[in-house]
Design a protein around this ligand. Structure first.
Ligand code: CU
Length: 178
């Protein structure tokens, strides 16, 4: 036989203070839910207008490499530095443990950035021009309107743990004067 409780609370009326606390918690849930999910979504600039499409890693890799060959202007750390025409589609892939290639873009031009993972789940985190944190699922390609505003060197980081070497997984976008 199980030990019976000395007193059963189930059928007792909840005290007034308890009801007030529950009501306060419900109000907070509603306020934070609307603030975070509706207001912040509408006015926050951290949200991309990006869309994702299915893609096969092999086809995407071929596309990125063709793009890099076409517009390569230099090399850094064994990776091509690529300067595509202003306003064009730019392609990048993430793979353990690098982002490829390095991009040189012009401030004030609106590009369309394509980014996808070739192997595992990676993250795409960049602080310019807005704070973006995206997950890169293998098999999906992000297509993002991207307008850099201020010249400078911006690192991108993988923010999903993807194995030993994850902490060295950095990419680079160089924004130059128009
Ligand atoms: Cu990674």
């Amino acid at each position: 036989m199980a030990v019976a409780p000395e007193r059963v609370y189930w059928h007792e009326r909840v005290s007034r203070l308890e009801r007030i606390w529950v009501a306060l918690a419900v109000v907070m849930v509603v306020v934070f839910f609307s603030a975070m999910m509706l207001v912040w979504h509408a006015v926050g600039r951290q949200n991309t207008e990006g869309r994702a499409f299915r893609v096969t890693p092999a086809a995407y890799r071929a596309q990125v490499e063709a793009f890099a060959r076409q517009y390569q202007v230099g090399e850094e750390a064994g990776r091509p530095v690529v300067e595509p025409p202003p306003g064009s589609d730019v392609y990048m892939y993430a793979t353990r443990f690098a982002f490829y290639p390095i991009l040189r873009l012009r401030a004030g031009e609106r590009y369309t950035l394509h980014i996808a993972s070739l192997d595992y789940l990676h993250g795409f985190s960049i602080a310019h021009p807005h704070q973006w944190n995206l997950q890169l699922y293998p098999g999906y390609e992000w297509v993002l309107p991207f307008t850099p505003t201020t010249p400078g060197v911006y690192n991108l980081a993988c923010n999903e743990f993807c194995g030993l070497g994850h902490e060295f997984m950095l990419g680079k976008i160089v924004v130059v004067e128009r």
